[in-house]
Design a protein around this ligand. Structure first.
Ligand code: FRU
Length: 479
């Protein structure tokens, strides 16, 4: 395998060639999931943005289609969303329903003044295969705001209106419309709320159900371009609360993070998932602006997280977003090797077959205060996940994981601060250049890129101080 291909994911979406960032326009229509994305077709670093396009029937196998949106006189094509206009509210679909993309036009000024960001529309009458820009773009502009982008649009039943959720500097602004063309300001959210460690980007707003009580709450996702306070770079926070079609009110006091790793950014959810399915499916860009342009892939750059199903869980009286890999992943991982071990002050080696691997285990830590899972990629390269019940941390260390020297920040440890319970559930998904760790049935997520020469050759589970009991299974990619 050459150095280009060894990093190409097998279960994650990545472009065949060139640069990709944010997922855009996630929408389900007539049996297909559409994934559009920020794309630079003339290079493998960020450049003039287009919307790349891929479709899938199962959320795992994607087929790349032609570029959907090209830059035009209003600017390049920044992030945005897509919806199905079922009742022809726009007038674009006299015959049958079709897809509308709502995106940001980003216009750089030749005279060196601040760029201009406006919101525009494009529509497709042939299941996303060809696109027509709306003749009177843009449909929404602002007189003074420079950061005015990443529209996420959804239909709000109670008020019978489209709602646009827009990133506007370090706030989120809500607009409403009957036809996606004429927009009215509703309210602005964010002052004094959450983290303001960087510019706010790529919002999303939707209802999630508590997995136990079935109680519903609105959840607002807000990505932060570069978190300079915690030295995390790009990161996503969320707010739980209520939304009445006009105003979002949060019920939370402290900052909540969607992910504890460095590599899950700008994630949003699919629109128009059929009622019978009912899931809220999310995916993010598995990268960080701090080093996105330097990651050591060649000819292609950027990939997405696995699609994840989001729900809510109440923990100590507070609502948290829960993430699980979509169930579609299971049918690609079939060989389930049971893993049952009692480790008494020592370690246990597990030899694995090549390919993407999933580990789904429960660890009972008995009297042990410290244990670890080491992913041996090769003899020299490994990633270490340590569980420390004294510090109350789960730490992922990728210092020895392979290529790391393209960015100083890449070697920093990534950690989840959490009180370690007596029994811990872990789901670990290893692909060619990523590790996705879900803890306690999706209560915590840590998403991390790694650049080893191979995925995994062996796993070591070690418990240097006391006894632990491990129970679960290991699976690998279906041949
Ligand atoms: C987030 C982002 C968006 C913008 C896009 C440009 O990663 O900065 O705010 O629309 O990327 O590619």
């Amino acid at each position: 395998i050459n150095s280009v291909e060894k990093y190409k994911p097998k279960l994650h979406f990545a472009p065949k060639q060139h640069w990709l960032n944010d997922p855009n326009g996630l929408v389900y229509f007539e049996g297909e999931y559409h994934l559009f994305y920020q794309y630079h077709p003339n290079g493998s670093t960020w450049g003039p943005m287009h919307w790349g396009h891929a479709v899938s029937k199962d959320l795992i196998q994607w087929e790349e289609l032609d570029i959907a949106l090209y830059p035009d006189e209003n600017g390049t094509i920044f992030s945005g969303s897509a919806i199905v206009d079922w009742h022809n509210s726009t007038g674009f679909f006299p015959e049958e329903p079709g897809i509308v993309a709502i995106f940001t036009h980003h216009l750089d000024k030749k005279d060196g003044s601040a760029p201009v960001q406006t919101q525009s529309l494009a529509y497709s009458r042939d299941k996303g295969r060809s696109w027509e820009k709306y003749k009177e773009n843009p449909v929404l502009a602002h007189e003074s705001k420079v950061d005015f982008r990443d529209p996420k649009v959804f239909w709000h039943h109670e008020t019978n209106k489209w709602i646009m959720v827009l990133a506007t500097g370090q706030t989120i602004t809500f607009y409403s419309s009957a036809n996606l063309i004429d927009w009215q300001f509703r309210s602005e959210f964010g002052e004094g709320k959450g983290s303001h460690a960087g510019v706010w980007e790529c919002p999303d707003l939707f209802i999630l159900k508590d997995e136990n009580s079935s109680e519903e709450k609105w959840v607002l996702l807000v990505s932060i371009g570069d978190d300079v306070e915690l030295e995390m770079g790009s990161r996503t926070q969320y707010f739980t609360g209520s939304f009445d079609g006009n105003t979002f009110i949060t019920d939370q006091v402290s900052v909540k993070w969607l992910d504890y790793g460095k590599d899950n950014y700008a994630g949003v959810s699919f629109s128009d998932i059929p009622k019978e399915d009912g899931r809220r499916i999310y995916l993010g860009w598995m990268n960080n602006w701090r080093y996105a342009n330097q990651i050591p892939t060649d000819g292609w750059r950027g990939q997405m997280t696995l699609p994840r199903e989001l729900t809510l869980r109440t923990i100590d009286g507070e609502s948290f977003v829960i993430q699980k890999f979509v169930k579609e992943v299971d049918s690609f991982l079939t060989e389930k090797i049971p893993l049952i071990e009692k480790i008494q002050k020592g370690s246990k080696k597990v030899v694995v077959s090549q390919g993407p691997i999933e580990l789904d285990i429960k660890i009972e830590r008995m009297e042990s205060k410290l244990f670890a899972i080491t992913v041996h990629h090769t003899k020299e390269q490994s990633t270490e996940i340590t569980f420390d019940a004294v510090k109350n941390q789960i730490i992922l260390d990728r210092k020895r994981s392979g290529a790391i020297d393209f960015s100083e920040m890449f070697a920093h440890e990534q950690l989840i601060d959490t009180k370690l319970t007596d029994s811990i559930n872990l789901r670990l998904l290893l692909d060619s250049s990523s590790i996705e760790l879900l803890v306690n049935e999706g209560a915590y997520s840590l998403t991390s890129l790694v650049y080893p020469d191979q995925i995994c050759s062996e796993l070591t589970i070690s418990s240097p101080e006391g006894t632990i009991k491990v129970q679960g299974y290991l699976s690998s990619l279906k041949k």
